[in-house]
Design a protein around this ligand. Structure first.
Ligand code: SAM
Length: 187
């Protein structure tokens, strides 16, 4: 709710204002999916771990937050129980405008407790060359990654890193088809 009510969110600024089709390849608690859906984007979210998928997708479909707009955004998220690499391999070229990856961090962020309940269940898979190659085929405009600032993923896969001073995680963007990154002002 804090992020949705905030005047600015770095992830939304990277995506831009135009409504996009977004594939969230690492749903987890679906906080990022919900922020993106609340901004009007059409989100499909993948989660490989069945219990996480089951609990979160039921919550998104049935929880009454008391806020009709938030309920609508939760219900708009299409959730799929799937491993993202398997899903990507069977997806068509340019099937989504944006692909988003937020794999488990290589280092624990002690201040971040929102995943604690499901952390034992989480798939610890890191991004691979094969995943990024498939992602480049399936995404039309951008691939976005969230990772710990010390993670090698930015250099390894040549993501443009958006440094967020005093924040332990950074976003990285890979622009495809010459899409521009005009709205990013990360703070
Ligand atoms: C750091 S959490 C994502 C948090 C999420 N962005 C949020 O806002 O709540 C990573 C999640 O992605 C899932 N995951 C990791 N690798 C995956 C894969 N290859 N396919 C599908 N889900 C995956 C993990 O099980 C975990 O639930």
């Amino acid at each position: 709710m804090l992020r949705i009510k905030s005047a600015r969110d770095p992830l939304l600024e990277i995506i831009g204002r135009k409504h996009q089709t977004i594939l969230d390849c690492t749903m987890g608690m679906a906080s990022d999916s919900l922020v993106m859906a609340s901004a009007g984007h059409q989100v499909t979210a993948l989660e490989s771990q069945f219990l996480t998928y089951f609990i979160i997708s039921r919550g998104l479909a049935t929880f009454d937050s008391g806020n009709p707009e938030l309920n609508k955004a939760m219900q708009s998220i299409k959730t799929i129980h799937a491993d993202s690499l398997d899903f990507l391999k069977s997806a068509k070229n340019n099937a989504y405008d944006v692909l988003y990856f937020d794999p488990m961090f290589s280092e624990k962020i002690t201040e971040s407790t929102n995943l604690d309940g499901l952390i034992e269940l989480a798939n610890q898979q890191k991004l691979t060359q094969e995943m990024i190659a498939e992602a480049k085929r399936v995404a039309r405009e951008k691939i976005i990654v969230k990772a710990h600032f010390r993670d090698k993923v930015f250099e390894e896969f040549v993501f443009e890193r958006l440094v967020r001073p005093n924040q332990k995680f950074h976003y990285g963007v890979m622009r495809l088809n010459g899409s521009l990154l005009t709205e990013v002002k990360c703070e």
